[in-house]
Write a protein that binds this ligand. Sequence first.
Ligand code: SF4
Ligand code: SF4
Length: 283
Amino acid sequence: MKLAVASGKGGTGKTMVAANLAFTLSRTEPVTLVDCDVEEPDLNLFFSGSATTTDVTVPVPVIDDASCDRCGKCGEFCQYGALTVLRDRVLFFPELCHSCGGCTLVCPKRAIHEEPKRIGTLSVSAPLPGLNLISGLLDTGSSRTVPIIRAIKERANNDPLVICDSAPGTSCPVVETLDGCDACILVTESTPFGLHDLRLAVDVTARLGVPAGIVINRSDGKDEATVRFCIDHDLEILMTIPFSREIAAIQSRGDLLCQVRPEWQKDFSALAAKCKSLAGVEE
Ligand code: SF4
Ligand code: SF4
C-alpha cells in the first residue's frame, strides 16, 4: 500500500501525523517513509541517523556550436522557452528546461546531445528497526521539485508499505506525490483558512481518483463546519487530535508523540487500519 499524507495548507501537523503513523506501524511491519517535501524536508528532525546520499540529476541539452547552423527548429519546438536561437548562437536557459528531450530529436544537424545536471539529492537511512526513511532535497537555485519526488518515490517502489509525506498545498509537487497512491490522509485544522484549503485539497484528490480521509488536528472541540463539510462530501473523519500544549511541546522538541506517550499508539494503529480500509487493502 502506498499512502500519502497531505494538507491544503502548511502548519496543520501533517508531518507529525506521518511520523507517528510510520513509527507505530514499523513496530509490527516494515515501513518506508518518504519525505516528498523536497524544498523543506523535516522528517529527519524526528528520525535521526546516518544516511547514504546520492545526487539526483536530470538530462539537459548541450549544443555543439560547430555543428549547429542556427536553423531555429529547436527554439520553435521548445514550448517552455528554454531555447532562443540567435543569428550567431543558441541560448539555453536551464531553469526553464523540463528535460523533455524533444530538441535533441528535432535537430536536423544532430548538434544537440544531453548531459546530466544535478538538481538535488536523495538520502536513505534506517533510523529504527523496521523503518526506512527516504528524503529528497532540492538544491538552492533549482526549481525542479517534481523529478526529485519522482526519484525518491521510485526508490520505494517495491516496498510493501510506503507513507509519502507531501509538501503542503495543491501544486505540482503535491500532485506528483499523490500520483499512484492508494489512499490519502488530509490533515486539517478547524479554522476558516483550514476549511478553505481542505476544500482545495479534497478537489485535487478527487480529480486524481485517490480515496481521501480526514484527520482534524489541534481540535478545540468546535469542529462543526469541518464535520459538516466531511458529511456533505462523504469523507470519513479518520482521527481527531485535540489541541494540547503537551503535544505541542513534544512536537517542538522533535520527539515523537507515540514514543513519549505510548498510549497514542492505539489511536495511530486505528488510523492505519482505517487507511488500509480506505485503500481497499485487506488486513
Ligand atoms: S535545431 Fe540544431 S541546428 Fe537548428 S538551431 Fe537548434 S541546435 Fe542548431
Ligand atoms: S529538453 Fe525539452 S524543455 Fe529542455 S530545452 Fe529541449 S525542448 Fe526545451
